[in-house]
Design a protein around this ligand. Structure first.
Ligand code: NAD
Length: 546
């Protein structure tokens, strides 16, 4: 089917239609934003494609394929270009899925060394990664929920201690500052601190713990927002702060604790030594990492007992600490269960859109629509205002908003019309985090302590991917985790392009509506009353057995 859309953007298309061009731009965007060596994007080992030759072959396929073909990607490598039809997905992919019994980090590393597999992280492998901006709102929402529940609705005059200023972790500094809190982020790599300062995510670096604590006390007393980065190891600094009896209001961590080999840096090891040991003595490195995580977690539990709100921020730190002998590591909750589940029950989650024109004005025009259309939705209007003011664009301009069932579809259809009318300069891609209600099974993150005990059942993300294929989404991906995270989760990702055509309107309508319907069904099936109510109220097609 011919795509009649007239491009108003000055950049000529390199592919046959905007659908393929859009996916190519998203792939390039992952690499541009990730900006890490060796085609890596984030979370230590997350990649967009398996290697450079895979990348070249994918680009060639996207540039030459017509809309009635589907490109098949297996763990970041293109393996086939098959005739389907113009309503089918253009790209389907399965990244890093190992058979249950073998889904272990040592097997992953062996397969990776043989060049047979790669880890896509959550969003990188599905070409949906948009940089640290992707998780600022979720971090902001977590802090806001904590403020509501524990601190009289404000984090002004409150202190957050955390670690890790990496691709995702750096969002903590900006989000905390946006809620008016004082935050100290411990980071072992000086380059990461500089990068964060340069991006405007972090306000200042302090050179010692003494200086940090003086600055923090003053900012708390003056109820002033402040973000500080301290060069150091979390396994050393957290216990030191506890030993001084200085108890933060909130404690968390976003070091890559999930990966003892390529991620977490043990105490008393410098970065050069760690690089050396990865090849020379991985066992020593991993044991040292576990011992350090134990120290860090014991301090986190000490803060917990002293009254801090402590939570696992999705990096498996509790799991590692437990295996290192910290029996009560799971006394602290994971952020999804503790703070976000009521939103997920109503399919409200991290939805996002990306301006393929590379023009921020397109995002600002959609912002204007959002603020008018969702004027009575406080989460949305508050966030759009804050994001416009404080969140810099990274790569292709993008916006995130936590929208629910019906809202996502409505927005996407309105944007598709704006593209058709020429009010936007080029098409817009719609996607969402894999960490979304019906799209992820991760018993230590997304699905921990579900009401019905179905935490480890990975049928839901698989159904999600099949449903999105059946609904004609442009790209559909099934991911499982790799590296130190191997075996812990399965998720599904989806991308649909609003290119202004009636065919796109149909794809957006079906995919986005069905995607969030399944989210509500997943939580209704697990017995959450708010999901059952939403299922009935919104008529999502839930079948409840009597
Ligand atoms: P990253 O690899 O980009 O950055 C990690 C940072 O931690 C690096 O800057 C590193 O120098 C620093 N670090 C390592 N060990 C340290 C130590 N002992 N003390 C102080 N600093 C240390 O990783 P990322 O993308 O920022 O992700 C961080 C973690 O968050 C990962 O485990 C990832 O899987 C997890 N994650 C969670 C979510 C979520 O669900 N909210 C989303 C994405 C990533």
């Amino acid at each position: 089917m011919k795509n009649d859309f007239k491009v108003t953007n000055s950049i000529p298309l390199r592919c046959r239609t905007w659908r393929q061009e859009a996916l190519l731009r998203l792939l390039e965007n992952v690499l541009a934003v990730g900006n890490e060596p060796d085609m890596m994007a984030y979370a230590t080992l997350g990649r967009a494609t398996r290697d450079y030759s895979s990348h070249v072959a994918i680009v060639h396929a996207l540039q030459t394929m017509t809309e009635d073909y589907t490109l098949i990607i297996q763990s970041g490598k293109p393996v086939g270009l098959l005739k389907t039809h113009a309503q089918a997905p253009l790209v389907i992919m399965a990244n890093c899925n190992m058979v249950g019994h073998w889904a272990k980090s040592e097997v992953f590393y062996q397969l990776e060394r043989k060049g047979l597999i790669c880890w896509g992280g959550l969003s990188a492998g599905a070409w949906q990664y948009i940089g640290s901006q992707a998780v600022i709102q979720s971090t902001y929402e977590i802090f806001s929920r904590i403020a509501e529940r524990y601190y009289n609705n404000t984090l002004k005059g409150h202190f957050i201690l955390t670690a890790g200023l990496g691709a995702m972790g750096s969002a903590q500094a900006l989000a905390a500052w946006m809620v008016g809190a004082v935050i100290l982020v411990v980071e072992i790599d000086p380059e990461r601190i500089q990068k964060c300062l340069a991006k405007g995510y972090l306000q200042q670096q302090v050179t010692s713990l003494e200086e940090a604590l003086i600055r923090i006390k003053t900012a708390i007393a003056q109820r002033e927002a402040l973000s500080l980065g301290l060069l150091g190891n979390a396994a050393v600094i957290f216990p030191e702060i506890l030993a001084r009896g200085f108890i933060p209001h909130i404690v968390t961590d976003q070091t890559p604790a999930h990966d003892l080999l390529y991620g977490y840096i043990p105490a008393d090891y410098d970065l050069a030594r760690v690089h050396e040991l990865r090849q020379a003595n991985p066992k020593e490195l991993m044991l040292a990492g576990l011992a350090s995580i134990k120290r860090q977690m014991e301090a986190m539990l000490g803060f917990h007992k002293a009254g801090s709100v402590v939570f696992d921020h999705g990096n498996l730190i509790r799991t590692q600490a437990y295996s290192a002998g910290v029996a009560d590591a799971f006394d602290i909750p994971v952020f999804t269960e503790a703070f976000l589940r009521p939103l997920f029950c109503r399919a409200i989650g991290p939805f996002r859109w990306i301006a393929l024109s590379n023009d921020p004005d397109d995002i600002h025009r959609i912002d204007e629509y959002m603020v008018q259309r969702f004027a009575d939705n406080h989460i949305v209007t508050n966030w759009i205002g804050l994001a416009q003011q404080y969140v810099p664009f990274e790569g292709l301009p993008a916006r995130i908003a936590w929208l629910g069932h019906g809202e996502r579809t409505e927005l996407a259809l309105a944007v598709n019309q704006m593209v058709a009318d020429g009010r936007l300069k080029a098409p817009v891609a719609f996607t969402r985090d894999h960490l979304d209600a019906g799209a992820m099974a991760h018993p230590y993150l997304m699905t921990e302590n579900l009401r019905d005990g179905s935490d480890v059942i990975a049928d839901w993300p698989l159904i999600n991917a099949m449903l999105n294929c059946a609904s004609g989404a442009d790209l559909v991906a099934i991911h499982s985790s790799g590296g130190g995270d191997s075996g812990y989760m399965t998720s599904a990702g989806v991308t649909i392009i609003a290119d202004g055509t009636p065919a796109a309107a149909q794809r957006l309508q079906l995919s986005l509506t069905n995607d969030t319907s399944l989210s509500i069904i997943r939580y209704a099936d697990a017995g959450y009353p708010e999901a059952i109510e939403e299922a009935i109220y919104k008529g999502v097609g839930y079948i409840a057995l009597s």
